[in-house]
Write a protein that binds this ligand. Structure first.
Ligand SMILES: [Zn+2]
Length: 295
């Protein structure tokens, strides 16, 4: 009896100490891709984002811990279109993880999943930080659907045993997103055709989805800070075109945007553009907040 109890005890101990089915480690550059990976991966993935939701994703201070995170990653999700050109490549090289190198089984350039915009306007010589086209595609919900499909497909390739779960979770996420899209469409219908000015050209995809018209940007080129003469010109244009809103992210300076708003009669709206900013919890919550603020 004693031996049996001891044997059972040892078995129980073995079971408790045995490693659980290891979740796939997903590292993304921005929180939004991480949020979509969480939706489709659920408990099968362990997800983290290198960029914080309140940071400018063009300019990120590389931390030594990023190299360790990348070294252990099974899958790296990047925005691509050169958004991360200023900081990511040396980190990926230092990580010495063949899977997540360009072309590796664990490297997914998410810009390949969507239809990119403004790819024909590279002007790096003049400091344009969108030389690969406009990389701010993640908060157009139509792209959210495509990103979910692409990320689920790659998770299924990396972990074929659980492929049906990734597919089912992706279908569920897309159904919830489509339901919200219908509600957003109705809520924002009155905004269609209205004119806006932006600080940085982050809203090209979102504005297209909403049917809003971008009259101009306070940055004369993406990444080039606005100067007084450019702002003065834009005020004139904004008055003629009856601009209602100035849109910008919280991480850009607001003095000139406020001045522009005062002079043009438009209203400044600071939008969260990555999941986690302004307390947003997930991808649907981020878009809910965007819609609420625009309404
Ligand atoms: Zn940008």
């Amino acid at each position: 009896m004693m031996t049996l109890a001891k044997g059972l005890g040892a078995l129980l101990l073995m079971l408790l100490c045995a490693p659980a089915q290891a979740a796939l480690r997903v590292v993304s550059t921005i929180p939004d891709l991480a949020a979509i990976a969480s939706e489709v991966g659920g408990p099968l993935v362990q997800v983290q984002s290198l960029v914080k939701p309140t940071q400018d994703p063009h300019f990120v201070d590389p931390k030594p811990s990023f190299v360790l995170d990348l070294n252990r990653a099974d899958l790296l999700l990047v925005v691509g279109m050169e958004l991360e050109a200023g900081w990511l490549a040396p980190l990926v090289n230092s990580a010495r993880n063949p899977a997540i190198q360009l072309g590796g089984s664990g490297y997914l350039d998410c810009s390949k999943l969507i239809v990119p915009r403004e790819v024909e306007q590279p002007d790096r010589a003049k400091g344009d930080i969108h030389p690969g086209g406009n990389p701010h595609y993640w908060f157009d919900p139509r792209n959210g659907l495509l990103l979910a499909d692409g990320i689920a497909a790659r998770l299924a390739q990396l972990d074929p045993t659980n492929a049906p779960t990734y597919r089912a979770r992706c279908a569920d996420f897309k159904a919830r997103l489509r339901t919200r899209m219908e509600a957003w469409r109705q809520t924002l219908a009155p905004l269609r055709g209205r004119s806006v000015v932006v600080y940085h050209r982050s809203f090209v995809y979102l504005l297209d989805y909403l049917g809003l018209v971008e009259v101009g940007a306070l940055e004369p080129k993406p990444g080039i800070p606005p100067g007084p003469s450019h702002v003065a010109q834009l005020v004139q244009q904004a008055k003629v075109r009856k601009v209602d809103l100035v849109l910008q992210e919280a991480f850009y300076p607001q003095e000139l945007s406020r001045l522009f708003a005062q002079q043009s009669g438009a209203r400044l709206v600071v939008l969260p553009t990555m999941v986690g900013a302004q307390g947003t919890k997930d991808y649907l919550d981020l878009l809910d907040r965007l819609v609420e603020l625009l309404k």
